[in-house]
Design a protein around this ligand. Structure first.
Ligand code: NDP
Length: 284
């Protein structure tokens, strides 16, 4: 039996859920069962001091890969043998894949998002506004740039994080990006094609939290995406649907990053409908 290892250090922070109800584990194991694979996806808590030993353990025990989340996404890199292109640009890994006898770091967060977006429109040539400048915004913006987005506006409350991400996009990833400090109700520009909430506003239990935006600017034709997986039907998602926008929710992104991990680890394609169904059970 092969094992896929998931060290979810701060699941409650990442998904607003206790570790026993790890939605990713539930989703991945449902996908393995549906394919008739006798694989496991385990949630293991690893302290920052234990990270090196944990990766050595994964090597020694022949794990096919693992996901990692906050606070390990950057720190794990020094324990790996190489990085995929976007993980290298982002400087962050959420998915490790055994290739031969090497452990290679990939980042599926942004790729999962881009896949969701492609179901609605081609990212190539798009003018994109991203709210937030944390790990999710970083992963999404780099992948959008690699997929040919024309221009990215990063809107963030904290200036340092916002400027750091914008510099990374302009200088390392060669993506045209601008930083705008987030003060009051943000008015997206009329040229925006895709608006993404990549902040944690709306994450369980703060389900009624409102993203400070001028909602009059949400018009038909605009694609509005929210990364919050729990609950997927955020206040922003609801308003955007009411106003006739095309909407992507965080559940689709979570499924898509799981699909990519599944493919990296097993070489097979899972059934996304099974994964959506499993998340619906977890998120109620
Ligand atoms: P980080 O902690 O790295 O970043 C959080 C971001 O949210 C920062 O830009 C922060 O701004 C901003 N923010 C938080 N609260 C507020 C607020 N009240 N007003 C304005 N800005 C705020 O987190 P991540 O980027 O890793 O994760 C963000 C969200 O994305 C999480 O909810 C996570 O669940 C979700 N996610 C979803 C995935 C999926 O597959 N659906 C995958 C990965 C993440 P500042 O810098 O000013 O503090």
């Amino acid at each position: 039996m092969s094992k896929v290892w998931n060290f979810k250090q701060e699941l409650t922070a990442a998904f607003g859920m206790p570790i026993a109800e790890n939605p990713t584990q539930y989703m991945m194991e449902a996908a393995y069962r549906a394919k008739g694979l006798e694989w496991r996806y385990l949630s293991l808590e690893v302290s920052p001091e234990g990270l090196r030993d944990a990766v050595l353990g994964a090597r020694a025990m022949g794990f096919r890969g693992f996901n990692c989340t906050i606070p390990h996404k950057v720190a794990v890199i020094e324990h790996l043998d190489g990085l995929g292109e976007s993980a290298e640009l982002m400087g962050a890994v959420n998915c490790v894949v055994r290739r031969g006898d090497q452990l290679i770091g990939e980042n599926t967060d942004g790729k999962g998002f881009v896949q969701s977006l492609k179901e609605l429109r081609d990212p190539a040539g798009a003018d994109v506004t991203i709210l937030g400048a944390g790990g999710a915004a970083r992963a999404i913006s780099v992948e959008l740039g690699l997929a040919g987005a024309k221009r990215i506006t990063i809107v963030n409350r904290g200036e340092t994080r916002g400027r750091t991400l914008t510099e990374l996009l302009n200088n390392r990833a060669k993506i045209s990006a601008e930083f705008v400090p987030w003060e009051g109700e943000y008015r997206i520009s009329e040229t925006t094609d895709v608006l993404i909430n990549a902040t944690s506003i709306g994450l369980f239990p703060d389900v009624d939290a409102r993203v400070p935006l001028d909602y009059q600017r949400l018009q038909q034709g605009l694609v509005v995406a929210d990364v919050i997986p729990n609950p997927p039907n955020t206040q922003l998602v609801k308003v955007a649907r009411e106003r006739g926008c095309q909407v992507i929710d965080g559940k689709g992104m979570l499924v898509n990053q799981g699909v990519l991990g599944f493919r990296y680890w097993t070489g097979e394609d899972p059934d996304p409908a099974v994964m959506h169904g499993a998340l619906d059970e977890v998120f109620g």
